[in-house]
Design a protein around this ligand. Structure first.
Ligand code: PMP
Length: 352
């Protein structure tokens, strides 16, 4: 039997998710979750939605949440597509738009899920190397493509592209879809959602997992002009899927209604990031400029893997990638609470 399935899926290389350890005492800085809980307004909305209506199926269109997102971004709700985390949004859009005769282009190094979806949907791709300093140069993306996708800020580097670079790409790449994956945009970047009304071939993907502390409820969305959104809805409806449950819809709406809590949270993380960069630099690390809720750092005197396991022995987990070789010396460290960042630095002082 095992041979039977392997004939069909042997070429697939599944994504290796960041570890979700069961031990509660660990200082978990490996998967870029928000270290702070959702605000009281969101907790209350979830409590209020925990009622008799849970017997009933949720709204398959999650209209209330589409409207909340549309209000927040000054667009119409017909420009919003929702999914079970932005990973599901990406899955649908790869299936819908990227099965093209020409290769999909994305950066190498970047979010490793893109390759997984290419394998799954049999999409031809070309990974375009980042420059020596890990910057993403959109000028390197030639016109011969079946679509372009990149995270902004990039992952796992944290480096940010200015909106002007994205606009320049859209000016010369008018025939194929450009997707900007903005999982981390709220930690210091400017969203390409501002460009959506001008460019019919632009989709912007965001998530409530990072800046809105809701990774556990799985809410992601894409914004684009209505024809692109209609295409995605058609794919989604082909699965007869309800992307979001009642609690996720309620929490998502409440999150977009509490702008002050959202801004406080982002500010806190940005401030902690700046302090952490300073502390790491003082300890001899070189740290890439980050606009995300993580930093990408290397220490000339220590190998990435050895350092990650020395931290682990002290109960602090960070992400280390063995391949490609270029990033093996680096650690990707999520920004934690002040106490977690202190614990990280104390563990580093032991390890260095
Ligand atoms: N895009 C990027 C660049 C990411 O790093 C992540 C999180 N691992 C995602 C998308 C997916 O996040 P989620 O499914 O939680 O919305």
């Amino acid at each position: 039997m095992s041979k039977f399935w392997s004939e069909f899926v042997h070429h697939l290389e599944p994504y290796v998710p960041g570890e979700q350890p069961k031990m509660a005492r660990l200082v978990k800085l490996n998967t870029n979750e928000n270290p702070y809980p959702p605000p009281p307004s969101v907790m209350q909305a979830i409590a209020d939605a925990t009622n008799d209506a849970l017997r009933l199926y949720p709204d398959p269109d999650a209209t209330a949440l589409k409207e909340a997102i549309a209000r927040h971004h000054g667009i119409s709700s017909a420009q919003v597509f929702l999914g079970n985390g932005s990973d599901e949004v990406l899955a649908h859009l790869f299936m819908c738009f990227f099965r093209q005769p020409k290769p999909l282009l994305f950066p190498d190094i970047s979010y490793s899920f893109y390759k997984v979806y290419c394998g799954l949907y049999d999409i031809d791709y070309r990974a375009v190397p980042l420059r020596e300093d890990f910057s993403l140069a959109l000028a390197d993306y030639d016109a011969n493509n079946g679509g372009i996708i990149f995270p902004n800020p990039n992952a796992p580097t944290g480096r940010l592209l200015p909106l002007a670079d994205i606009q320049a790409l859209l000016e010369r790449n008018t025939e194929t879809l450009v997707v900007v994956d903005e999982a981390y945009i709220d930690f210091g970047g400017e969203s390409a959602i501002a460009l959506v009304d001008r460019y019919p071939n632009l989709l912007v993907v965001q998530t409530l997992s990072k800046s809105r502390s809701l990774a556990g409820l799985r809410i992601g969305f894409a914004v684009g002009q209505a024809p692109l959104i209609e295409g995605l809805e058609r794919i989604k409806n082909s699965f007869n899927s309800y992307p979001l449950d009642r609690l996720a819809i309620a929490a998502g709406v409440a999150s977009f209604e509490d702008q002050a809590a959202f801004e406080d949270n982002c500010r806190r993380i940005i401030d902690s990031r700046e302090s952490l960069v300073q502390a790491l630099t003082q300890r001899g690390f070189s740290v890439l400029p980050s606009a995300a809720n993580f930093v990408f750092a290397t220490h000339a005197g220590h190998e990435g893997e050895a350092l990650a396991s020395a931290l682990r022995e002290q109960g602090v987990i960070v992400r280390h990638f063995k391949t490609p070789a270029r990033i093996a010396p680096y650690l990707r460290i999520s920004i934690g609470t002040e106490e977690q960042n202190e614990a990280l630095l104390a563990a580093l002082d032991q390890a260095l």
